[in-house]
Design a protein around this ligand. Structure first.
Ligand code: ATP
Ligand code: MG
Length: 570
């Protein structure tokens, strides 16, 4: 397939010379941006918020919060006082202490962020849970982590099976009326002192416990430590291109790693103004958020871009989106078609970033100063070494598909899989390679190309086909809104390619259309990559963070058990 190459448009970015950075990079130098470089004692809550107050930027807006009912703004000074108050409430009403797991299970609101920062100031390990989780998902995570405190709301508390969770000692409710057996956050918050003695921690002390998205199986409890901030901070500058003058919006919920690493830590470590929008996705709501807050840097996901694309270009013309100077994507492969569309609507090329819960921060990205090869994830960030290796850890030459691997030792790497050390160890191969579970190849220019999850790569008539390439071709067809591709066992070909397709508004699911789409892939990609079977679906099974769950498609197709569905969208 012919690759579109988009040359860098330097005008908009704080020019970052990738090659120069990559050559001269040293994590130890980045540490010097923080005061703890001298003392060795650190606290993420302080570094995100209080540090800016101490250096005279307390009056700057830290947070714009908006949902259907509320539209509020908070300066760094106010965030400092509110997070101190939250820390006091938690400390006075529960016995939570350094290293304890404190979970947050509530819809987005300013209070969620006060509580999260307050818990960090106490030295607790925060476990954020997506508000849509049902009882089983909540129970699994609280049980696995042995959490002692959960902060929630009246609407969600019913999903916490308290009787089955012997370690859970305190339920804190953020709401107007609070039942007697629970702790009333709002009441205590009103009376709480706004100064707090921060718990100073070691670099390797716990920070956050994130459960993975569950795309490929049972979610894993991934532990990150304070030292990860070095990477959150510098990738915020290098990749998100953030400065203190930016108005930044990350659309991810803090229940997923993007919503904390890049929804909380990176922007605030860099002193940027952070926009947080509550409520559900709507194209109108999202465009108007960009317009209202004059968002300059925007970080979202392919599924959201595809939905905006589906809503039509006309709609976007009703909004002033000219404040945007940098748009980025994460979570799934970014289809070339979406980059093309993004340029039309935002006047910007969407920059893809690849990383995962376990890596804690960016790994392989389209650096602002780098030409974009449409469909490629880009190159490793400075301080990170990436390669394609075989199953024994041997590095493969360019253009060979294999395991996407990273050399151990970047700051934000997970330190453990909670209560499952063997699982943690299973990520590593001899030679210090961390194996991502994704399949990719590197071209002769050092750009990486995502092919699919290792388990999703299809072997058909002796050819290895990455599902992403087929899906990207499929969504180029005007009738196709979304596509998920799997390999289906076949006695002759080993596997055949089967595509599940959700059609765009206005297209009828006919056999003629199936044939037309098949021919479209055959002519545009390759005969062996054209799906032999196509099935139309109203919508595809996705995780709540918007990823297509191919393992569910496969299980349905082959009548196999579907496995853990706790993160499946309704
Ligand atoms: P689980 O590990 O529970 O199966 P998950 O892997 O989806 O779920 P996350 O850690 O949220 O959980 O997602 C990381 C994965 O998302 C990566 O391994 C990769 O497959 C995919 N991904 C993230 N960003 C990109 C990207 N830019 N391009 C392609 N794939 C991406
Ligand atoms: Mg994963």
């Amino acid at each position: 397939m012919k690759t579109e190459i988009y040359e860098v448009e330097p005008g908009d970015y704080n020019l970052q010379d990738y090659d120069e950075h990559y050559k001269n990079f040293d994590w130890k130098e980045v540490e010097k941006a923080f005061s703890w470089h001298e003392t060795g004692k650190v606290n993420m809550g302080y570094e995100c918020i209080d540090r800016h107050v101490d250096s005279g930027r307390g009056d700057k807006v830290a947070l714009y919060y908006k949902d259907a009912e509320r539209n509020e703004s908070y300066t760094f000074e106010e965030m400092k006082r509110n997070s101190n108050k939250a820390a006091n409430v938690l400390k006075n009403t529960t016995d939570v202490a350094k290293g304890d797991r404190l979970f947050i299970f509530m819809p987005r609101s300013p209070e969620l962020y006060f509580v999260l920062l307050g818990a960090l100031k106490i030295g607790a390990i925060v476990g954020p849970l997506f508000e849509a989780f049902m009882e089983k998902a909540v129970k699994d995570r609280l049980e696995n982590s042995e959490a002692s405190v959960i902060v929630t709301t009246n609407s969600l508390v019913g999903r916490i099976p308290v009787d089955e969770l012997p370690n859970l000692k305190h339920i804190v409710i953020v709401d107007d009326e609070v039942a007697d057996q629970h702790i009333d956050f709002n009441k205590a918050f009103k009376e709480a002192a706004d100064t707090f003695d921060i718990e100073w921690l070691d670099k390797e002390d716990g920070l956050i416990l994130h459960y993975t998205s569950g795309s490929t199986g049972q979610p894993k409890g991934v532990l990150h430590v304070q030292y990860a901030m070095v990477q959150h901070y510098i990738s915020g500058q290098y990749v998100l291109d953030l400065t203190e003058d930016d108005i930044y919006w990350c659309t991810a919920d803090p229940g997923w790693v993007t919503g904390t690493s890049y929804g909380i830590f990176a922007p605030w470590l860099n002193g940027a103004t952070n926009v947080i929008a509550g409520g559900r996705f709507s194209p109108e709501g999202w465009y108007s958020t960009i317009e209202e807050f004059k968002v300059t840097v925007w970080y979202s996901a392919p599924t959201a871009f595809r939905m905006l694309m589906g809503a039509g270009d006309e709609l976007s013309k009703n909004y002033d989106l000219s404040s945007l100077r940098h748009v980025l994507s994460v979570g799934e492969p970014l289809n070339p078609e979406v980059i093309k569309w993004g340029y039309k609507v935002f006047g910007k090329r969407i920059h893809d970033t690849w990383w995962m819960t376990e890596t804690g921060a960016h790994m392989i990205v389209n650096y602002p100063s780098m030409d974009i090869k449409s469909g490629s994830m880009g190159k490793p960030i400075p301080g990170v070494e990436a390669a394609i290796v075989d199953n024994d850890g041997n590095v493969l030459p360019p253009n060979r598909m294999g395991n996407l691997a990273l050399k151990e030792g970047w700051p934000s790497m997970m330190r453990d899989v909670w209560n499952n050390r063997p699982k943690y160890e299973s990520y590593f191969l001899p030679g210090g390679w961390y194996i991502s579970g994704d399949s990719a190849y590197m071209d002769e220019d050092g750009y990486f190309w995502f092919q699919g999850r290792v388990d999703d790569v299809i072997m058909t008539a002796g050819e290895r086909v990455g599902p992403f390439e087929v899906e990207s071709k499929l969504v180029e067809h005007p009738a196709v809104a979304e596509a998920g591709v799997i390999g289906k066992p076949d006695p002759v070909r080993g596997e055949i390619i089967k595509a599940f397709i959700a059609l765009r508004e206005g297209f009828a699911a006919t056999d003629e259309l199936k044939e037309e789409i098949r021919v479209f892939v055959k002519n545009g990609l390759a005969a062996h990559a054209a799906p032999r079977e196509i099935e139309f679906k109203d919508k595809l099974p996705k995780t709540r963070s918007g990823k297509i769950m191919r393992r569910v498609l496969k299980a349905w197709e082959l009548d196999l058990p579907t496995g853990d569905l706790s993160t499946l969208e309704d």
